[in-house]
Design a protein around this ligand. Structure first.
Ligand code: DOR
Length: 447
């Protein structure tokens, strides 16, 4: 394995509280040295000039849909992890809403085997909470843990039955695994197509009220506190949910939470309008569950992310085929392709002065690692940091570079983004995974 010396970048390692110009040296797949001039002493290295760039720990995504096994027309482990590398991610946690669902040891092992064979970056599988994600019978949690899952979730659907959810949380304490809930009460959202608000009224679409999320967040917090379990709230989207999570954490409950780049930056208006308020559209690329909300929600989510009430930015990368999206709005599948735009879109908050760059990087690297205790797992010590001895996972960023989103150029099979043709400011210029370059742009200059 080659030695890589990254020279003269602005090294931001939130885990160590480090932010300054330095070299990063990777030897044998691990971080060897970090400091000014450290790269000069290394002989026989592949050298990268990072002058003017930010050098950060590889990003960690708690919420990725890789679609394999079973929906390879939407994404595969190979294409999804290639998209992750282009997005600066070196670790992705793969959601179990595959076909079959990841509810057994063989299903989990098949993902790990495929990731070994074709994955561009690290894949950590998430097991289902219920068999077949049917919401009726619990999965064998110990078996799933032994097979290598890092959390449990029925994401895409909520576990509606409160008693079943209570037992899932109760059992999970034996295995020190977070239970990650997609909080939307199915009896409240029914066949709702977007956020319940004035845009839905204008379009004549049935809405999904904020309360559908908030009642389930409240219920699950109560259940987690009852049994002393670790509950993780997926893709928080409302100001009301933020208040519930903040209060629970204040009480000392073990609640962690994530927010997506799109819920932080896009509102429900995205579905209907593109630039003016005259021409209506029904943009299925902006259809997602939970739905894009209102400006006041975005404000609350941003504040919660800044203050640490929300631990992590997670992509909810949800690739779909054109046959799932280029159809009537109510028939279209929900979800956005997000891995390749997550950094650029999230950087909006930094350029608007609402979040600092080190905080953004924290919430995309060590924040998610700590939320789920991933660095306590075998082989993952040093995940999310550039400390000497840590895994050689590094992302090189140009926070000020502007680029135009071209879905056709995505590595992901999913082209379903409402951002096509838009300019984002903030670019991933290279990604190093385990000491090997897995993504590079022409911005990277070898020395
Ligand atoms: O919009 C969504 N799509 N929300 C989810 O939670 C699941 C995801 C998917 O798997 O397509």
């Amino acid at each position: 394995m080659t030695t890589i010396a990254i020279h003269n970048g602005r090294v931001i390692d939130p885990a160590l509280g480090q932010d300054g110009i330095a070299d990063v040296v990777i030897v044998g797949g691990r971080i060897a040295r970090v400091g000014p001039g450290e790269g000069d002493a290394v002989i026989d290295a592949e050298r990268i000039d990072a002058t003017g760039l930010v050098v950060a720990p590889g990003f960690v995504d708690l919420h990725t849909h890789l679609r394999e096994p079973g929906q390879e027309h939407k994404e595969t482990i190979a294409t999804g992890t290639a998209a992750a590398a282009r997005g600066g991610y070196t670790t992705v946690c793969a959601m179990p809403n595959t076909t079959p669902a990841l509810d057994s040891r063989p299903a989990v092992e098949s993902v790990l085997r495929e990731a070994d064979a074709t994955g561009r970056v690290r894949v950590l599988p998430i097991g289902a909470i219920t068999m077949g994600r049917q919401g009726k019978e619990l999965t064998p949690q110990g078996e799933l843990r032994n097979a290598g899952v890092v959390a449990l979730s029925d994401d895409g659907d909520a576990v509606a039955d409160a008693s079943l959810m209570r037992h899932a949380l109760e059992y999970s304490t034996q295995f020190a695994m977070p239970v990650a809930q997609h909080c939307e009460d199915p009896s409240l959202v029914r066949d709702g197509q977007m956020h319940e608000g004035w845009v839905a009224t204008r379009l004549g679409l049935r809405g999904r009220p904020a309360s559908a999320e908030e009642t389930m967040v409240a219920r699950d917090i109560a259940l987690a506190e009852l049994v002393g379990a670790h509950l993780h709230i997926c893709h928080v989207s409302t100001a009301g949910s933020v208040a519930l999570i903040a209060a629970a954490r204040e009480r000392g409950a073990h609640i962690t939470a994530e927010v997506t780049p799109h819920h932080l930056t896009l509102t429900h208006e995205e579905v209907a309008f593109d630039g003016d308020y005259v021409h209506l559209r029904y943009d299925t690329n902006a259809k997602v569950n939970p739905p894009l909300r209102e400006e006041a929600d975005l404000e609350a989510l941003t504040a919660a992310l800044r203050d640490g009430v929300i631990d992590a930015i997670a992509t909810d990368h949800a690739p779909h085929a054109s046959t799932d999206k280029d159809i009537e709005f109510d028939l279209a599948s929900p979800g956005l392709t997000m891995l390749e735009t997550a950094f650029g879109l999230s950087m909006r908050l930094v350029h608007q002065g609402r979040l600092t760059l080190p905080t953004l990087i924290e919430r995309m690297s060590i924040g998610p690692v700590r939320a789920w205790g991933l660095d306590a797992l075998e082989g993952l010590q040093g995940l999310g940091t550039l400390a000497p001895g840590a895994l050689g996972d590094v992302t090189l960023l140009d926070p000020d570079a502007e680029w135009t989103v071209d879905p056709a150029a995505f590595a992901s099979k999913g082209k379903n983004t409402p951002l096509g043709g838009r300019t984002l400011k903030g670019m991933v210029v290279a990604t190093i995974y385990g000491g090997a370059l897995v993504h590079e742009t022409e911005r990277i200059v070898a020395l």
